[in-house]
Design a binder for this molecule. Structure first.
Ligand code: TYC
Length: 103
């Protein structure tokens, strides 16, 4: 079937974005006196997918300064990674703690 009448709607030019970028969250590892350095490096490698050298660097920063950024993610991923850290650390008897902070 062919359409002979003129379309009734005008073309609309979109001038602004209608979707916001999702907020990003820093996952911040906190220092403590009981978790071993090796375990923190392991967590940074396995959960935050850091290479060994970077993982060691982040761990040492947390050890010396009290806190350090393990990674930056959208909310759901940051929450999942934080929960995994607490779950795995707890299972090994370590008090390793991380928090989230909006970027
Ligand atoms: N301070 C710990 C120690 O001396 C090491 C450590 C580093 C613990 C980073 C937690 O997030 C942390 N064994």
């Amino acid at each position: 079937m062919t359409r002979t009448s003129t379309p009734k709607t005008k073309n609309v030019v979109q001038t602004t974005s209608q979707v916001e970028e999702p907020k990003r969250y820093k996952v911040i590892l906190l220092n403590d006196d009981y978790t071993t350095m090796d375990f923190v490096v392991y967590i940074l490698e396995k959960i935050f997918l850091k290479r060994r050298a970077e993982a060691v660097g982040i761990m040492l920063k947390v050890h010396r300064q009290g806190a350090g950024i393990a990674g930056i993610y959208v909310q759901e991923i940051a929450e999942a990674k934080c929960a995994l850290v607490h779950e795995i650390a707890g299972a090994h008897g370590y008090p390793l703690h991380c928090i989230m902070e909006v970027e």
